[in-house]
Design a protein around this ligand. Structure first.
Ligand code: ZN
Length: 213
């Protein structure tokens, strides 16, 4: 694939993520592998619905030196680079603040993936990466330590989510399936708490109804 094609794919993927509700405003960013030494990343603080391929930045994977694109690259370029360096099988890395999985990231508990084809896509267990400020080397290092060859989804405590995949399609599917799984697991946790604490039922039911809507 040429650099221009990859830049176009970045634009299309961002529009898709925005339309599906996983990117809100300029929140969220992505990186795609171009070749062994270069990646394409979303620019910083750009409206994804008006972004063009010319806005997409091309960086050297080894040191993040910008080689194409006039805008500044996403502050999370370092985060994506850690994924793409550590996982040669990964083509696409997506960071979102998607609503339900990000709510799970606030709770700070890893998600156990039930035995199903989902384990192939996401992994058996979705870990929580400890909190560090957005865009910091500290956050990148914490994520790098959590990376596993068979795990393609990570919750970042008090922040959001990172999903990756061997293609843009599988990375996007991981984002979608993680959101659906998060909703299922939260609804199960709410139902269990209603059993244990009947006096909480009215409040919990309202939360469950809003979540299921
Ligand atoms: Zn973020």
């Amino acid at each position: 694939m040429t650099t221009l094609n990859i830049r176009q794919t970045v634009v299309e993927l961002c529009v898709e993520l925005s339309h599906r509700g996983h990117f809100s405003g300029t929140g969220g960013n992505i990186a795609l592998r171009i070749d062994a030494t270069h990646i394409a990343v979303t620019p910083s603080a750009t409206d994804y619905l008006t972004m063009t391929p010319a806005d997409v930045c091309v960086l050297r994977l080894a040191d993040l030196k910008q080689v194409e694109g006039e805008r500044s690259p996403s502050v999370e370029s370092g985060l994506h680079a850690r994924v793409l360096r550590a996982r040669p099988d990964v083509q696409a890395s997506i960071h979102t603040h998607q609503p339900v999985a990000s709510a799970c990231a606030l709770l700070g508990r890893a998600l156990e993936v039930p035995p199903s084809p989902l384990q192939q896509l996401l992994g058996r267990r979705i870990p929580v990466v400890g909190y560090a400020p957005s865009g910091s080397g500290w956050l990148s290092s914490r994520l790098a330590r959590a990376l596993r060859p068979d795990t393609n989804a990570y919750l970042m405590f008090n922040h959001g989510v990172l999903c990756c995949g061997a293609s843009t399609e599988t990375a996007l599917q991981a984002v979608e399936d993680l959101e659906a799984l998060s909703k299922t697991l939260l609804l199960q946790a709410i139902a269990a708490r209603c059993e244990r604490e009947p006096f909480m039922q009215p409040a919990l039911r309202r939360v469950a109804d809003a979540l299921a809507a």
